[in-house]
Design a protein around this ligand. Structure first.
Ligand code: CAA
Length: 413
């Protein structure tokens, strides 16, 4: 196993990043405002992404992909999101939806679906959240019952990103309501399957180029071969493993979003004259720009380090992924807010792109696990790992240790 902090950019990853930058500046940025206003998917950019082979980035080589890994996925996502955060997720959500198959699928399932995803022929979505199960991902109610050789799926999913555009849906369903730990399974549902439909299309504050919808399952019958991994009860684990791999991708979207807002703020501050000089010459504006740059750069390296750890096969990447996601997405919101401030009155107007940066940033702190959930995950892992620090216990005052034992203090995590 490689050292977890060894961040190596392969030639392929850098090549994919450059291609993503080219596409972002040619097809994404120039049309970002148009698709945002119309709340329409940018198919032209998605086609360019497919033709450049960028959907191959996260698909293993054996299934028609580049096998370039999560670090490369992050580099590509960052470039796309820098031009339009909404398009960044429109791309990255395909990886999120594919990870259950990549990580947990059988050989046949990988052979069947991954090559089409790699070619950009088929888009993917991840159906986990429900009306009454958001942060509590284990509390699902969509059911899948085995009937002969088929699963029959009933219920509704909420906030399916890419819903309607996607052809392949990784759907998390309750297959064993009586079980605590093996309650959930992940099952692939393909577009066009009778009983499967798109419900409400959400009218969103940001990331408006990518659809977020309700997905409805009215006695949807799929072959039991669509059960990811072939064994029921693996779904929750698949969901958690998927999120561990995908959260660095959301974090990369946040780095792109922050960099995009910072780029705009710097250019504006150099052009905007007040009191006879560019506002970039004022120390208060300089401080804001410097803080924005520092935090963006810190986020970037946290993200690369988490992604590199995933690629290196580091065993427990949950905490690293959560740290990167939480820090980078909080940073994106902060940087976008400051970018609006630097634009002043113009920043508040939709005529200028920075208002969209602000609207787009908010969801980053919410989806793929709210930042409250990330902090909980980080704290849980810290407490677990503290066993390894037992050797410094003697440095904690004895009276305090005694109090802990007497009162059986529960940490709450
Ligand atoms: N990897 C593997 N297994 C894991 C795991 C991980 N990272 N985390 C937990 N598990 C396993 C545990 O070991 C445990 O297994 P056993 O039952 O065998 O012991 C089981 O899963 C249950 O674990 P917990 O007790 O920790 O579960 P919990 O109910 O306390 O919930 C949680 C954990 C972290 C809060 C989880 O529910 C969670 O991540 N919630 C947030 C959900 C989320 O991120 N939703 C985003 C939806 S996707 C979206 O937004 C995308 C979009 O469209 C763009």
């Amino acid at each position: 196993m490689e050292h977890p902090n060894n961040i190596v950019f392969s030639d392929l990853a850098l090549e994919l990043k450059d291609k993503a930058h080219e596409i972002a500046e040619k097809y994404v940025r120039p049309n970002a405002a148009k698709y945002d206003r119309a709340q329409e998917y940018n198919y032209e950019a998605a086609k360019a992404v497919a033709e450049a082979g960028l959907f191959k980035t996260f698909v293993p080589k054996e299934y028609g992909g580049h096998g370039a890994g999560v670090l490369a996925l992050c580099l590509v996502t960052e470039q796309l999101a820098r031009a339009d955060s909404g398009f960044g997720v429109a791309f990255a959500v395909n990886a999120l939806g594919s990870f259950p198959i990549i990580l947990g699928g059988t050989e046949e399932q990988k052979q069947k679906w991954l090559p089409q995803i790699a070619n950009g022929e088929k888009f993917v979505a991840f159906c986990l959240s429900e009306k009454y199960a958001g942060s509590d991902a284990g509390g699902l109610s969509v059911t899948a019952e085995l009937d002969g050789d088929e699963y029959v799926i009933c219920g509704e999913k909420k906030w399916t990103t890419n819903g309607g555009v996607a052809d392949i849906y990784s759907v998390f369903c309750v297959t064993d309501p009586s079980s605590k730990s093996r309650r959930i399974s992940s099952i692939v549902v393909e577009k066009g399957t009778p009983g499967f439909s798109i419900g409400k299309i959400e009218d969103k504050m940001g990331i408006r180029t990518v659809p977020v919808v309700e997905t409805h399952f009215d006695h949807v019958r799929v072959p039991k071969d669509n059960l990811i991994g072939g064994r029921p009860g693996q779904g929750f684990k698949h969901a958690m493993m998927t999120l561990d791999c995908a959260r660095p991708g959301v974090a990369a979207q946040a780095v792109g979003a922050a960099q995009g807002a910072l780029d705009l703020a710097v250019v504006y501050a150099n052009r905007r004259n007040q009191f006879g000089q560019p506002i970039s010459s004022f120390q208060m504006v300089q401080k804001m720009l410097a803080d924005m740059a520092m935090k963006t750069e810190a986020s970037r390296w946290l993200v690369y380090s988490a992604a590199a750890a995933v690629d290196a096969g580091v065993k427990n990447i949950t905490k690293r992924a959560a740290i990167a996601k939480c820090f980078a997405t909080d940073t994106a919101m902060e940087v976008a807010t400051d970018a609006v401030q630097i634009f002043g009155g113009y920043g508040f107007m939709e005529d200028y792109p920075v208002a969209k940066c602000f609207r787009d940033a908010k969801i980053l702190q919410i989806y793929e696990g709210t930042n409250q959930i990330q902090r909980m995950v980080i704290a849980r892992n810290l407490v677990r790992e503290s066993e390894a620090l037992k050797y410094i216990e003697d440095y904690i005052p004895r009276e305090v240790q005694q109090t802990f034992q007497d009162e059986e203090v529960i940490t709450g995590v």
